[in-house]
Design a protein around this ligand. Structure first.
Ligand code: FES
Length: 149
């Protein structure tokens, strides 16, 4: 199912149950479960943590710890579109810090840092959803903001 941030709680619970059923019993299931839940629901609801913990025989603290450790996971839905801007060394050398400053005061989108998208030679780079944007300059970044806002 595609990301749908308008799911009602019952639909979310059903989707999470489906995802758990698909992964439970597999080694290292927690990260794939969290990724699938976030992809399907748009976030990993706080209310799903006990269910996930029980399904994997983990403590709630262990599940919460993994969610908090990985910056990509979030327990609340994003209220604005997210642009992940690479802040790693190659993109820094290619001017991402100055580029980020052009977004100061931008309230229509949420800018999150990400650390290397694997396109270091064509930076500065960003990602929206699963789509990568390379060779950004102020005009391209502004156009990207306009397109997602
Ligand atoms: S440093 Fe930005 S993509 Fe690698």
């Amino acid at each position: 199912m595609a990301k749908n941030m308008t799911m009602n709680p019952a639909e979310c619970a059903a989707e999470i149950d489906r995802i758990l059923a698909a992964h439970v019993g597999r080694e290292g299931a927690l990260l794939p479960i969290l990724h699938d839940i976030q992809a399907a629901v748009g976030h990993v609801p706080e209310s799903s943590i006990p269910t996930i913990a029980q399904a994997l025989n983990l403590s709630r603290a262990e599940v919460h710890g993994v969610i908090s450790f990985y910056h990509d996971f979030h327990v609340e839905p994003h209220t604005h579109p997210v642009i992940k801007l690479c802040r790693s060394e190659s993109c820094q050398a290619r001017g991402v810090d100055a580029l980020a400053e052009t977004l100061a005061g931008e309230t229509r989108v949420k800018i999150e840092p990400i650390y290397c998208l694997g396109l270091c030679t064509v930076g500065p780079n960003a990602m929206v959803g699963e789509t990568l944007y390379a060779r950004l300059d102020a005009a391209k970044l502004s156009a990207l903001v306009e397109s997602v806002a």
